[in-house]
Every structure is written in C-alpha cells, then in structure tokens.
Design a protein around this ligand. Sequence first.
Ligand SMILES: C[S@@+](CC[C@H](N)C(=O)[O-])C[C@H]1O[C@@H](n2cnc3c(N)ncnc32)[C@H](O)[C@@H]1O
Length: 430
Amino acid sequence: MTDAPGAGPLGRVPSVGDRMRLTIERAAHGGHCVGRHDGRVVFVRHALPGETVDVVVTGQGAKGRYLRADVEAVVEPSPDRVEPACAHARPGGCGGCDWQHAALPAQRAIKAGILREQLHRLGGVDVIDGVPLDRAVDVEAVPGDVAGLSWRTRVRYAVTPDGRTGFRRHRSHAVEVVERCPLVTDAVDGVGVTRTTWPGAEEIEVVAGSGGDRAVLVEPATAARTTGLDPDVAVRGLRGRTWVREVAGGREWRVQSAGFWQVHPGAADTLVTAVREVLAPRPGEHLLDLYAGVGLFAGCLAAGLGPEGRVDAVEASVGACRDARRNLHDLPQVRIHQGDVAAWLASGAIDTVDVVVLDPPRSGAGAAVLDRVLDLAPRAIAYVACDPAALGRDVGFLRAAGWRLASVRGFDLFPMTQHVEAVALVLPPA
Ligand SMILES: C[S@@+](CC[C@H](N)C(=O)[O-])C[C@H]1O[C@@H](n2cnc3c(N)ncnc32)[C@H](O)[C@@H]1O
C-alpha cells in the first residue's frame, strides 16, 4: 500500500482492503494480536507474537484510531504456529475459533498473559501473595484434555438463508457452512443437525448433557422439526423434555436445555474443585452462592458445611431456580432465592456470612454487589470469572476497599477460542 501523508498525527488512515507487512508485538484481549503501522495499532487475527506477517485491513476503529486486519501470508512464523485441525479456522473463515493456529501450550500462555494484563491494567495488581504477577498466574488445562478438541457439549449454529448450518464469520453476519466442527463432542455431532437443511431457521442450538440427554432448540420455533433426528433427541416445542441431565461433583443435575451449564464436559468438576480448595469450607459455616444457576457450587460445597451449616443461593432465572430446588432437595441446609443478586443483597436478608462464591455473567459483579458482599464480612470470597476484564475491574474495586487478592488460577475451559475462566481468592484486610 502507499503511505501517503494525510490528516491527523498518525497519517492517512489505511482503508479496508489495503495491504501491509507487520511485525507482531503481542496478543491482546479479544482473540487477536497487536502490530503497528505508522504508529497506529493494528489488531490482527490469525497471527502470533513475534511473527512477521502480510495482512489485509478488514476494518477501522472509531476515527481511524486503530485498524483491524487478518493475515494473508506468514513471512516469518512463530515456533508456536501449527496447522489448524479445522479447514474453516482460517483468515476470513469461521469466527468461532481464535487460536487454532497456535499449539495448545502457546494458547494457554497467551491466555495467561491476557489474564495478567487485565489484572494489572484494571485491577492494579503487580504481586499476588508475594509472587510477581508474571509468575503468579497460569492457565491450566482441564484434567484429561490433551488435544483441546471434542469438548463443546453446547453449540449454537447459525443458518444460511437456504437452510444450511455453520458459524458466523468474525464480526460478520455471514455464515461459514461447517458440517463437522472438531470442537463439538461426538454426542452433539451425532444429533445430525448439520447433515440436513433447516429452511426458515435462523439459529439452532444443540445440547448434549453428560447424563446422556440430547436436545435441539430452533429459532424461530416455527422452523423446528424432527425429520432426520434420532428419536431420542428432544426438540423444543415438538417432543421430549425441556431439560437435560448433567453429572458433576458426584451428583446428577437437571438443567433446562436453554439454561446455563458449563460447556466443557470437565469444566464443572474443575471449577468446583478449585473453589473448594480456596474456600476450604468448615463444618457449621454459612456460604453464600451468588449467581447460583442450578446450584452447582451450593450443592457441591454444602456437604463440607455439615448439617449445622447453611447455604443461601441466589439466582435470577426462574427455570434455573426450579431446577436448583429439585437438584438440592436432599440438602436441607440449602435455601434457594430467586431474584436479582443486587436486590436480594440490598433487601438485608442476611447480615453476615462466612464464605462467598461469586460466579457472575460476563459483565462481572459490579460495585453495588461487591459493596454489599463486603458488608457481610466474609472470611473469604471465591470469584469465578469468565471475562478477565470484568475480573480485573472487580478486583480493582475490592482492592480499593482494602481487600487482598490471594490467588488466581486460570483454566482453559474453551480451548482454541479466546475465552478463559479464572478462579480468584479474595481475602479481607489483615
Ligand atoms: C456464569 S453463570 C453461573 C451459574 C452457576 N454458578 C454454575 O456454575 O452453573 C451466571 C448465572 O447468573 C445468573 N444471573 C445473571 N445475572 C443475574 C443477576 N443480576 N442476579 C441473579 N442472577 C443472575 C444467570 O442466570 C446465570 O445462571
């Protein structure tokens, strides 16, 4: 491309379709890497840190302050570069995976770097329990996950106007038709949704619970049908149950097919183990499970509190609360409260608690919720985070209130994608 001088201190803003050669500096939150062109930041997909790549500009940020680009050719590859397992995981292809072109250890190193960066930038963290941040946070594989493939038990397919299924391209409504995604489990693939066409459908979700149930949810409901699907597959609105069974923590769970459950088959156990380790609940203690879903943490930690212990679990979804009541009916020390966490805390339902599990949605818990949690003076908070930026912000708030970040473990619950989960332990001022 030509670098003609233009408006603004950064020079002419390159246009979509322009080409340039870049040296990649680092990975950034969002599933891309950062390079620079004439001083302007370029967010590059399908690159890796240290590489020299030829890219094509795919978009511009507000007022041309930054660019988006995708790799066209790798001039000097990183030693971490590998051949993706899926032919659709390529520039301009499927938007579902961000890091298939990196070896799994490199993916995890990238995610650990992003976790640290967000904790530092948004949370002001330099050291965790005396250990410098760069050595204090790692991202671990789910036990037994060696390839990072065949882990999606819940998949949302997009549908083309002519009824074929696939996934959206990056930052686009266009659908890349994909017959066999290597990230989905055999149980999901066996449903057969991708081997038939779905006229009139816009999205199709397939759920395969670890208890053996499989369900299909079609949007809009008028496009749902059962043709071509195994007779044991439930189809929302047409046949079968509205829920699936999951197995975790040595218990069976009922979960609405459209409701929340961790996607990786090893995720629920991994998180429960990590939360139990950091909180070490003691007999007779009072645990607060905020954003409780169908009661995973409440149910798995209640046993450690014994019959004298107490659990209050708070969850907004009516369906999830119905499932939680059913899932935990054998645990008399657990009370399920349906409602908004902030409103429930503000209602003054409890005035003290021993330990807290916080597992908020991607937006994080936020100041109002955290303020009330701190008023309850718990001895420890386990924060389960699915977004490093939200974790960073909330840790920043907690630290400003004098609380201490005692540990953070990252978990690769979503291999090949940009997503990472973390479990943080926050303790009161000494
Ligand atoms: C990340 S999921 C965690 C669920 C559960 N802890 C688990 O591990 O299965 C977050 C949950 O928070 C619930 N939720 C979202 N916003 C909420 C709010 N403002 N108040 C209460 N629950 C909320 C969602 O319905 C969802 O079940």
